[in-house]
Ligand binder design. Structure first.
Ligand code: 13P
Length: 293
């Protein structure tokens, strides 16, 4: 299946009470793991790169072409969108040029009028090329690839104004945080989410910081109007833990690994990558998007 804009499948998720996953990738193997998971679960999916991850991979064109070529060579049949996660204005324009099929313009650090004005510009250009657009009001707490948010609840009037710019889905701060949640985290502000979704009825909301939120809270947020959940840290932790365990078992000579082959990255990375696939499949089940392709 060719790459698609995320507009239709995120809207379908909102209308039918489930959420699709926006899964961050870092490299070729990570992308394969997400695609395998989406295909095995028959789930539509967004594969997203942060600005930092795209830079790490060699730039937006490399990242876009890598994902697109894997979709083709792996004979992926589920809808896949290639999405820019938390893009600055210039990076949003660059990704539109590079062939991303979905963009998050993140102007949440700007004065609100500027955030709205730039979102309008990104929408106009992206929509003229059939590319979906996400934008953010309020801020997501925590830090991701140098983007630091202190976590402000999204003001309702800003959310309404942002939806009016013509974006396709809205990221809104509701007490969510990028990265692992601290022990004393108070949980999602579901009352605020309810106020938000009542102010923009039927509009798809994006939940960032999807790693480590208790499943029941995620599912309640989906019931209230979240239609896309972003997951990055969870895959990274799964990968790191499985790789560490592989290394430990190898050193302890537990699993009878062929010591001569430790240097082969195809062997060394395999358990970690399988763990990423398992984590993505598990999230797809929790979000309810299995068999929705
Ligand atoms: P986590 O790293 O907390 O899963 O957040 C991912 C995210 O929101 C990407 O935008």
């Amino acid at each position: 299946m060719p790459l698609v804009s995320a507009e239709k499948f995120v809207k379908a998720a909102r209308e039918n009470g489930y959420a699709v996953g926006g899964f961050n990738t870092n490299n070729l193997e990570w992308t394969q793991a997400i695609l395998r998971a989406a295909e095995s679960k028959k789930a539509p999916v967004l594969i997203q790169t942060s600005m930092g991850a795209a830079k790490y991979m060699g730039g937006y064109k490399v990242a876009r072409n890598l994902i697109a070529n894997l979709v083709e060579s792996m004979n992926i049949t589920v809808p896949v969108a290639i999405h820019l996660d938390h893009g600055h204005y210039e990076d949003s324009l660059e990704c539109i040029e590079a062939g991303y099929t979905s963009i998050m313009f993140d102007g949440s650090h700007l004065p609100v009028e500027e955030n709205l004005a730039k979102a309008r510009e990104v929408v106009e250009l992206a929509h003229s090329k059939g590319i979906s657009v996400e934008a953010e009001v309020g801020t997501i707490g925590g830090e991701e690839d140098g983007i630091v948010g202190k976590g402000e609840l999204a003001p309702i009037e800003d959310a309404i104004a942002m939806v009016e710019t013509g974006i396709d889905f809205l990221a809104a701060g509701i007490g969510n945080i990028h990265g692992p949640y601290p022990e004393n985290w108070e949980g999602l502000d579901l009352d605020h989410l309810k106020k938000l979704t009542e102010a923009v009825p039927g509009f798809p909301i994006v939940l960032h910081g999807g790693s480590g939120i208790p499943d029941e809270q995620i599912q309640e947020a989906i019931r209230l109007g979240v239609a896309k959940v972003n997951v990055n840290t969870e895959g990274q932790i799964a990968f790191a833990n499985a790789t560490r365990e592989f290394s430990r078992a190898y050193d302890a000579d537990e699993a009878g690994y062929d010591k001569k082959k430790l240097f082969d990255p195809r062997k060394f990375l395999a358990p970690g990558i399988k763990a990423v696939q398992d984590a993505v499949e598990d999230r797809i089940d929790v979000f309810g998007s299995a068999n929705k392709a």
